[in-house]
Design a protein around this ligand. Structure first.
Ligand code: CA
Ligand code: CA
Length: 109
């Protein structure tokens, strides 16, 4: 067994396994140099090296987040229907559909 870069993968008989926590939002691609060495005696062990690039795909492991837990907006009375009151935006660090945010609103109790 041989530990590779970042302690995230190790090799055993050429198989690559996850050996630690992976977070695409922290790091989404790993470049690893992997060597293979024979057990020859004369003239000695011979080695070859290749680079393996591993891309992490996204899991939906983050909920959308508003910048504040309570947001206050102000609007004057008698404003016409359709008047803009303000923006309430949430962000999501995931990717694609995992980060697409829809909004629903209802009156709080
Ligand atoms: Ca998400
Ligand atoms: Ca994610």
């Amino acid at each position: 067994m041989r530990t590779a870069y970042y302690y995230y993968y190790y090799l055993l008989s050429g198989e690559v396994f996850v050996a630690g926590g992976l977070d695409r939002e922290d790091k989404d691609v790993y470049h690893l140099n992997i060597s293979a060495t024979d057990t020859g005696v004369l003239p000695g062990p011979l080695e070859t090296v290749t680079m393996v690039t591993i891309h992490l795909s996204d899991s939906n492991d983050n909920p959308p987040m508003f910048s504040q837990s309570v947001i206050e907006l102000n609007v004057r009375e008698n404003m016409p229907v359709g008047s803009r009151v303000g923006d309430v935006l949430a962000s999501d660090p995931d990717l694609g559909a995992n980060a697409a945010v829809q909004y629903y609103m209802q009156e709080a109790g």
